[in-house]
Ligand binder design. Structure first.
Ligand code: MIG
Length: 716
């Protein structure tokens, strides 16, 4: 083991010679070997790290995973998995995010930079023992020290580099379904949004837009004259977001296939032949995204679609998902042959059944292909968690070449820490289950701690049939998630916001409008978080240190001013909320009629109607609220409302920028610094406008701790 000092508070312990993942953007200086802090370790063929937990210890982090914000009591595996059935017993979902935040006797962060399988047994086998098993002995461990959880996370985020920033329009509402099968159906969806006057910025194209599921092709029959269709949709106000799958169809004459073969850009098998797996299009090869040249090549292919006016993509099936391989299929068919006498008993019946259910995403298959990493042949299993990451990196690098200063929308299904610099993620195939709203809530801060700020779930649920109430409650939470997308699977009930009864459509319309009204705040908070290596969604315990706040898992802080307490239970007329301090409650239904209630510290039950979103404004904080529009680019933010809950003084920085380019990295952005001070029962408002040319007027609604509302307007 070698020890490095990365910064004053971060140490890296290097075991063996790890494969570089690119997760960490800073290096460090080698220092004298020191004992690894906090953890006892044993290194053999696999490596195990142990930490004895006290009762008060909590373990946060781990990004995209099941269970709570506190992961204690669970067992998790980092091995990106195409796992559509998110039942609570599942150990692994689509992402591999190896960052833990220990909080209790000792408070520190651990990041394990290793791209193969890791098991995190967090007090599952033994309640007081954290055991991390790394399936190899070449890896880096980072220990991050700091004075608070927030400080540790800030240091970690700084170490892994700035999170991805999407274009501003990607903060609008987005509508998806597998699939809107042809241009006519896409147009119908657009027309429905227009007819119902519901805001929406983009409509997704799932796999059926392609010709035979071939990446970078468009089916000419179902989507004739694609370029002018894209243009026409944009004129109507909708951007189209096509899906890109990891597998490239094997088909002679298909350009992407031919180029990949010619240049040796595909992953290969033990005989050095391109590795064959089967996914949507039947047999495919997997581009070797870990090979720099192949990555470059694939990234440039996005140009086929950007040339047609496309400005955003989602990368799917990049764990990579494998339906079957020839070998796998052969062995299943051999089992059929073996058992064809048809008199199956308990053993033979399950043998036959398992022979087929085990065909997909089989470990044997992941062990049977290889990458070319800087000229070195590496078995896929050892770098499995880097695959989706590098597919998305390919896209981001491609965009950088296509138009360097333009922000494109890109998000991925599989990911590893490091990918957060290149794109966002969605949380994969959830279900139209109430439990999955709660899972969505709990996952958000964990993902943020791992750098994934631009994320969100399939609102309404992907698999299974949604209903109006579920969609409404889910949407009421999703209006706070940076990625806000409604998506559902083939064969399920339609769940667009206008798909149910008139009353529900009305409620969903107002809820989505509320998102657009909140956008000045949401965008400002998102960008400030990105720029200061902070998180947008935080657990209550990042700000409040009482014993209840440490345990609350169903309320979140969204940005610096708000606490959200979503409804995630069927037929609920309200919910219990823990108030760690006095807050101002606004039960928002329509953004325009606002009434407020000062809520005291404590546990209490709050009634919430179906059409209401409970928004809590923290003490001495403010919320910026605009008017809605049907597109982000049509928002008129010349006049904004400021809702402030003031005991004595509050300060807010309202950030904005062009929303389209990376000019903000060169200091081109605006900040309006708003300061409100309570003096002798009145308020002194101080506004410093640094560069916001749009803003003309601020309307203040200032509420004091007795609930008295003072209204003032200030011309800027
Ligand atoms: O095997 O493209 O998670 O969002 O709609 C399913 C079809 C493949 C999985 C994605 C889902 C998408 C679906 N895809």
């Amino acid at each position: 083991m070698k020890t490095y000092e990365v910064t004053k508070d971060i140490k890296r312990y290097r075991f063996g010679s790890p494969i570089s993942t690119g997760a960490v953007v800073v290096s460090g200086n080698e220092i004298n070997n020191e004992d690894i802090q906090y953890l006892a370790f044993e290194i053999d063929e696999a490596s195990s790290l142990k930490y004895t937990m006290e009762d008060k210890d909590q373990v946060l982090g781990l990004g995209e995973n099941q269970k709570g914000i506190d992961k204690r009591g669970g067992i998790f595996e980092s091995y990106c998995s195409d796992e559509p059935n998110h039942t609570p017993d599942k150990k692994s979902l689509y992402g591999a995010h190896n960052f833990l935040l220990m909080d209790g006797r000792d408070t520190f962060g651990i990041f394990i930079d290793y791209p193969g399988r890791i098991v995190f047994d967090i007090g599952f086998s033994h309640k007081d023992e954290l055991e991390i098993t790394i399936e190899d002995n070449n890896f880096d461990i980072y220990i991050i020290n700091g004075n608070s959880k927030r400080e540790i996370v800030n240091k970690f985020l700084k170490m892994i580099g700035r999170s991805y920033v999407p274009p501003k329009w990607a903060f609008g509402f987005q509508q998806c379904r597998w699939s809107y099968v042809d241009s006519k159906e896409v147009e119908e969806v657009a027309d429905n949004f227009i007819k119902h006057d519901i805001p929406c910025d983009s409509i997704y194209l799932d796999i059926d837009y392609m010709e035979d599921f071939k990446d970078f092709t468009v089916d000419k029959e179902r989507f004739p004259e694609f370029e002018s269709f894209v243009e026409r949709m944009k004129d109507k106000g909708f951007r189209l977001i096509p899906i890109i799958d990891a597998g490239v169809k094997i088909e002679e004459g298909y350009e992407t296939y031919e180029e990949g073969i010619k240049n040796g850009y595909f992953c290969f098998d033990e005989n050095n032949e391109p590795f064959v797996a089967a996914v949507w299009p039947g047999k495919v090869h997997f581009p070797d995204f870990l090979n720099r040249d192949a990555r470059k090549w694939f990234g440039k292919k996005y140009k086929v679609l950007t040339d047609l006016g496309i400005e955003g993509f989602w990368n799917d099936m990049n764990e990579p998902a494998i339906f079957y391989t020839e070998k796998g299929l052969q062995s299943a068919l051999d089992t059929v042959e073996e058992l064809k006498d048809r008199n199956l008993n308990i053993h033979s019946f399950f043998k036959l059944k398992d022979a087929f259910t085990g065909l997909s995403n089989n470990l044997k298959d992941y062990k049977s292909f290889y990458h070319n990493i800087d000229g070195k042949t590496v078995n896929h299993d050892k770098v499995h968690n880097l695959y989706g990451y590098n597919m998305t990196k390919a896209a981001a690098e491609g965009f950088e070449e296509i138009e360097p200063n333009k922000r494109f929308l890109i998000f991925s299904r599989a990911s590893y820490i490091g990918m957060h610099r290149y794109g966002g993620i969605w949380t994969g195939d959830n279900y139209s289950w109430w439990d999955h709203i709660l899972l969505n809530i709990k996952m958000m801060p964990s993902l943020n701690m791992c750098g994934f700020l631009y994320s969100g779930a399939d609102t309404g649920g992907f698999s299974g049939d949604s209903n109006a109430q579920l969609l409404i409650r889910w949407t009421q939470f999703s209006i706070f998630t940076p990625l806000f997308r409604n998506h559902s699977a083939i064969g399920t009930r339609k769940q667009e916001p206008y798909a149910f009864d008139t009353e529900s459509t009305q409620v969903l319309k107002e809820t989505i409008r509320l998102r657009y009204k909140l956008l000045p705040y949401i965008y400002s908070e998102y960008m400030k978080a990105v720029r200061s290596q902070d998180i947008y969604f935080a657990p209550l315990s990042f700000e409040y240190h009482d014993k209840y706040s440490r345990k609350v898992e169903n309320q979140l802080l969204a940005g610096d001013s708000l606490m959200v307490a979503p409804i995630y239970e069927e037929n609920a007329v309200g919910r219990y909320v823990w108030l760690p301090e006095e807050m101002l409650l606004w039960k928002a239904s329509k953004g325009d009629d606002r009434s407020y209630e000062v809520i005291n510290t404590g546990h209490l039950f709050i009634e919430i109607d179906y059409d209401e979103v409970p928004i809590f404004i923290r003490k001495n904080k403010m919320l910026i609220l605009g008017k809605h529009a049907n597109r982000v680019e049509d928002l008129d933010n010349t006049e904004l409302n400021v809702i402030a809950f003031i005991e004595d003084r509050a300060n807010y920085i309202y950030y904005d920028d062009d929303g389209k380019t990376y000019d903000f990295t060169k200091g081109i952005y605006s900040q309006v610094i708003i300061d409100i001070e309570k003096i002798d029962g009145d308020y002194k408002i101080n506004i410093e406008n640094k560069g916001n040319k749009d803003l003309k007027k601020l309307n203040f609604e200032i509420v004091d701790t007795t609930g008295r509302v003072t209204k003032k307007s200030v011309i800027i």
